[in-house]
Design a protein around this ligand. Structure first.
Ligand code: MN
Length: 420
């Protein structure tokens, strides 16, 4: 009895802590209504879902969706979620909402300097007038909280260095800059525009303090999402990654902006993430395994259904048994085949299958080991809905020969991978 009381008291304390900080993790013990209430209080100080006011039903839909569902999607801390929200609202010029979220941002630990930088960052993308409207709104909040304006200086450029330092950042994010796009402009003025991008956007703005380039690029992606700048979203996806963001970071940031920009604009940005990510690495999910993915497995493509990748992991020919990492896209598998020297497979990422002729298929998960005896006819590959990587160890390589047979038909594959 006493133990129960202590545990309950500890649980209550932990909940109180979560309420102060908000929560961005889904939990099995808290439903979205509870999460919404905690986050709302952490952000705005008041109570969510009060049933009061002129539109209690819409507030119920909106608050549960934003602060319950969206705030627990993807890995992103509360500070970043609120900075994404603020640049999105600034870009859309929804200033009453920006005012509320500027306060929320400060409440969850965004500093006045960070918030100002997030607003200044919008200038190259939405223009000075709209940036100034947003800055004016944020300044109202700062004044109400007794923050002295202007805030301290964050710029560190002079007329001699702005081009150089801007170019260093530009080249790290966008190798080659916009030279190709802007060449051949009437009067040669494309070169001037390129210089403006370098000196003003990446110099004057991106070299400022308070926000690092990684954060700036991620916020820029949200600004571009909010204004539907499709053409810029493509290159800026790669800029985000070069600045150190992951594909998951970019995806989570767009989803954080979704309730404010609406589904069409968010889906457009998400499709570009997907498309550019596929171009960047053949679509192989980051972190599928601890091993490299390697290049498209062109040499063996004729013996595979679907796309696969091959990364040799060893090179010393004096050692027996070369080891390679083989990665299969969902649905990809190799033909029926056998090895005169046998083969060992070690599953390292995703979910896949191994099947010997005449036997049921075996599901493979990371850590599973398959010992394939010489001359046994078999196939291996991914599950229909999952990427898969396994290490392949060639046994008795001096004399080993592969015999490739028919493709595994769609019907054979369906039957083998059917879930009970
Ligand atoms: Mn094999």
């Amino acid at each position: 009895m006493r133990r129960t009381i202590i545990i309950t008291a500890v649980a209550a304390l932990m909940c109180a802590g979560a309420a102060a900080q908000g929560t961005n993790k889904r939990s099995e013990t808290m439903d979205r209504t509870e999460i919404c209430k905690k986050n709302y209080t952490a952000l705005f100080g008041g109570e969510a879902l009060t049933g009061q006011g002129s539109d209690p039903e819409m507030m119920d839909i909106l608050q549960k969706f934003i602060f319950g569902d969206v705030f627990t999607t993807g890995e992103m801390d509360m500070k970043m979620r609120e900075m994404v929200t603020c640049v999105t609202l600034a870009s859309m010029q929804t200033l009453p909402q920006l005012k509320a979220h500027a306060g929320a941002a400060l409440n969850v630990g965004v500093t006045p300097e960070e918030l100002r930088e997030a607003m200044y960052l919008t200038a190259p993308y939405i223009g000075f007038p709209r940036m100034l409207n947003a800055v004016g709104t944020v300044n109202e909040v700062l004044k109400e909280r007794g923050v002295a304006l202007p805030l301290g200086r964050e710029g560190s450029l002079d007329e001699k260095t702005r081009g150089e330092r801007g170019q260093a950042i530009r080249d790290s994010l966008y190798p080659g800059g916009l030279a190709k796009e802007l060449s051949g402009m009437p009067g040669g003025m494309g070169e001037d525009v390129e210089r403006f991008v370098t000196e003003y956007c990446f110099g004057d703005i991106y070299t400022r303090g308070a926000l690092d380039v990684k954060t700036r690029e991620l916020l820029a992606y949200c600004i571009l999402t909010a204004i539907g700048a499709e053409e810029q979203l493509h290159p800026h996806y790669h800029g985000c990654l070069r600045a150190g963001n992951t594909p998951e970071d970019v995806t989570a940031a767009v989803i954080q902006a979704l309730p404010y920009v609406g589904f069409p604009a968010a889906l457009k940005a998400l499709m570009i993430v997907k498309e550019e990510n596929a171009k960047a690495n053949g679509g192989v999910p980051q972190g599928l395994s601890a091993f490299p993915t390697g290049a498209a497995n062109d040499a063996y493509a004729q013996y595979f259904t679907g796309r696969s990748y091959l990364a040799p992991l060893t090179s010393d020919k004096r050692l027996n048994s070369p080891v390679a990492n083989v990665t299969f896209e969902p649905g990809c598998r190799n033909n029926w085949h056998s090895h005169t020297g046998g083969q060992i497979l070690i599953a390292v990422g995703g979910r896949g299958y191994y099947q010997e002729k005449g036997k049921p298929a075996r599901e493979l998960l990371p850590g599973d080991v398959v010992e394939i005896a010489p001359d046994v006819v078999h196939w291996h590959g991914a599950a229909p809905d999952s990427w898969f990587s396994h290490l392949a160890i060639e046994c008795n390589p001096q004399s080993n020969k592969n015999t490739w047979l028919d493709a595994v038909t769609d019907e054979q594959y369906r039957e083998a991978t059917r879930k009970e």
